[in-house]
Write a protein that binds this ligand. Structure first.
Ligand code: 13P
Length: 340
């Protein structure tokens, strides 16, 4: 029996489990591999992802994995499709379907995410390959004169069209409007922009006839820009993020899974934990991290077959810390017990 959209959307953030975002595009994974001195060949990319999918983390802490087009078609070294490894671990395979953010005409410094043309047909193929959820990422930068409403609206409309097409294909859409933390803005500016973006996204999801019960929201946290002089405390990030989401995200949405966006591993974990501890949220809240789950295993692995066990241990540790955070049971002491 196939699970309904509602069941899959709920399961992705249930019981403390969260998502592994392993959907780096060819250029992004090359950047990550460059940093650890590994050549970005198809085989190395396969070996790296196979290492993650065969680790203990998958059965205990990871509800779903977001894959890139290349990976959903790849086989493990022994010939087993990588999708089957994920399913065998009790996790759900998903697929990134956007074709990335491109400069938006008339809007200097802003982007529009492409990939809608032919998407209905691509969804059919991805469903047959095993994908039961998908991801589309819109990117909103903060600067002196940006974002513009032109860009927010175009990106929100694209997210809504994508989400409607996904649901039509029996695939749960992860709707990801990412407000970047690259600038020098303070946390309150991030709050204002995130609120504006989320309001518009849910308005367009309504006009696009998207069923909120069958989707997952993947938002940024409300946080000061990386270059800001005024960094916010964990308590402030947790309080302002929860307040912003409560003002914008209908309680019909079952699951909210944060991106890490360039936060350190421990910050991303501590912020999630603090929000869960504060309580009072109508949705299940969890993680859908790329960098904050993979930086440690990438470093431990460094492309060497003899480091596979160390890479898997590093991934399992990070996944466990975020699982504990999603249950409101993480502490700095638990984090550092491991390091000792
Ligand atoms: P980060 O956690 O590294 O931000 O990646 C999550 C993601 O899927 C971005 O689209």
């Amino acid at each position: 029996m196939t699970a309904s959209l509602e069941e899959v959307a709920f399961k992705l953030a249930a019981g403390g489990k969260g998502l592994l975002a392993a959907d780096e595009s060819a250029s992004t994974i090359k950047k990550r591999f460059d940093a650890i001195g590994v050549e970005s060949t198809e085989e190395n990319r396969r070996d790296y992802r196979e290492m993650l999918f065969r680790s203990e983390a998958m059965t205990q802490y990871i509800s779903g994995v977001i894959l890139f087009d290349e990976t959903i078609r790849q086989n493990a070294k022994d010939g087993t499709p990588l999708v089957k490894l994920i399913e065998a671990a009790g996790s759900i395979p998903g697929i990134k379907v956007d074709l990335s953010a491109k400069p938006q005409p008339g809007c200097p410094g802003e982007t529009i995410t492409e990939g809608l043309d032919g998407l209905a047909g691509r969804f059919k193929e991805y469903y047959d390959l095993g994908a039961r959820f998908a991801k589309w990422r819109a990117v909103i930068d903060i600067g002196q004169h940006i974002p513009s409403y032109t860009s927010i609206l175009a990106n929100a409309q694209a997210l809504a069209r994508y989400a409607a097409l996904a649901q039509q294909a029996g695939i749960v859409p992860i709707v990801e409007p990412e407000v970047l933390m690259d600038g020098d803005h303070d946390i309150d500016r991030c709050y204002d922009v995130t609120e504006w973006v989320l309001k518009e996204v849910f308005q367009q999801l309504f006009y696009g006839r998207v069923k909120l019960e069958g989707m997952v929201l993947k938002p940024n946290m409300v946080i000061a820009g990386r270059k800001s002089q005024k960094q916010a405390s964990v308590a402030e990030v947790a309080e302002k993020t929860a307040r912003c989401l409560k003002n914008c995200v209908p309680s019909a949405v079952p699951s909210v899974a944060f991106l890490s966006g360039g936060q350190s591993d421990e910050e991303a974990t501590a912020h999630l934990d603090a929000m869960i501890r504060n309580g009072g949220l109508p949705w299940n809240l969890t993680f859908s991290y790329g960098r904050a789950l993979q930086a440690a295993p990438q470093k431990a692995w460094s492309g060497k077959p003899e480091n596979v066990a160390a890479g898997q241990a590093a991934f399992t540790h990070r996944a466990k810390m975020n699982y504990l955070a999603a249950l409101g049971q993480w502490t700095p002491e638990i984090e550092h017990q491991k390091a000792a």
